[in-house]
Design a protein around this ligand. Structure first.
Ligand code: SF4
Ligand code: SF4
Length: 91
């Protein structure tokens, strides 16, 4: 499951730099998580880093987005592939 930031967010800014997938950004009122980029930190860390640092505990899993660990790992692999510089053959 992707995680979701709920209304209790106090915009403390600490979670955004901790996300290994750059899934967290400032939204219209509070921070938000791009569910297409959130892997629950699968592939990078054992625990969701944003949850670890959030001082108010406002980042639950999004029950509307059920994903298995395998699906999360596949998302991680796809994101890594996107972020890798393409091999242009330059020498
Ligand atoms: S769980 Fe991990 S990947 Fe998802 S938003 Fe939080 S820090 Fe980013
Ligand atoms: S750590 Fe929690 S309170 Fe702080 S900006 Fe992120 S979601 Fe909001």
């Amino acid at each position: 499951m992707a995680l979701i930031i709920i209304d209790e967010c106090i915009n403390c800014d600490v979670c955004e730099p901790e996300c290994p997938n750059s899934a967290i950004s400032m939204g219209p009122k509070i921070y938000q998580i791009d569910p297409n980029k959130c892997t629950e930190c699968v592939g990078h860390f054992d625990e969701p880093q944003c949850v670890d640092v959030c001082p108010v505990g406002c980042i639950p899993v999004d029950m509307a987005r059920v994903e298995t660990r395998e699906q999360l790992m596949n998302k991680y692999r796809a994101l890594i592939a996107l972020n890798e510089p393409s091999d242009s053959g330059e020498r």
